[in-house]
Design a protein around this ligand. Sequence first.
Ligand code: SAM
Ligand code: SF4
Length: 330
Amino acid sequence: MSYQLTDSFGRTINNLRVSVTDQCNFRCIYCMPEVGMIFQPREEILTFEEITRFVGIVTELGISKLRLTGGEPTVRKDLPVLLRMLAAVPGVQDMAMTTNGFLLKKMSRDMFEAGLPRINVSMDSLDEEKFKEMTRRDVLHKVLDGLEEATRYFQLPIKINVVAMKGYTEDELLDFAELARTGPYQVRFIEFMPLDADRSWTRDQVLDGAEIIERIGARWPLDAVKRPDQREPADLFRFRDGKGEIGLIASVSEPFCGSCNRIRITADGKLRTCLFSIDETDIKALLRGGASDGDIAETVIEAVRHKEPGHHINEPDFVQPERTMSSIGG
Ligand code: SAM
Ligand code: SF4
């Protein structure tokens, strides 16, 4: 039987999030500061060859699913070249990417042809003014154009990520539901997490998943969907009249840490076993220091053995990690 990467709580890890850059062309309020973001120098960022080597090593350990993220993955120069390299790694059974959608009009075709079958697009508002306020960029029209282009290539429905924040998201719930009911989209609401660069998160800024489902369900009744893979973080709900689905990632109000199957590698080559890890493992030092594939595999196995049981967002001892969402790779 092939190897299974397992932690000390019996969770099997088969999912790697690869951050390909910490840079971004947006400055979302829940993620980055408006000005003054400091990025890693280029030489600290893993090369395509280093990323591909690492992915080759972890697929031997049972990782079969990859998600490319960042920062904004599409701003990494020559991204389709990396996609092609990763798609060719034996053992990669599923590859997806999370993007803010700004460059999708230009890049969808190249990325698809390089071997990327699926994308998630983040879009927090359907209102131009609010979109501008949330992303600090006046480009909703470009994201919508990109999304339309993406439907020509990528697996449908395309998942749309909406960060659920009190004071922002409530009055658009029905508009997003309408989008999921009328287009080839599955809208997924993600509770706002304390990974913002401004460190201004408070629990009362989170729009809870239960409230979202209640409000949308009052307009269009919803049924919870039982999923074949219960290890996916999103709870799914189907409109009772059959017109589409919405998802809920209730990381704050209903943590799913007990079924977490993922690890992350940052753009500068640090392995993180939890979004909220305080410690990380320096894979780049091994990749650049002459370590063998076997040494690196041993290091990954050992790091996973110490994977955290879960986050402590709702507890008084919670410590926000030094790194913010964009430098971890959300
Ligand atoms: N730039 C890409 C994008 O925005 O889709 C990929 C990276 S982004 C960090 C990945 C996902 O994390 C996005 O869906 C984004 O909305 C979400 N995100 C960022 N900061 C967050 C926060 N503080 N709480 C919850 N989700 C957050
Ligand atoms: Fe950029 Fe994505 Fe963070 Fe927004 S959420 S600032 S698009 S990395």
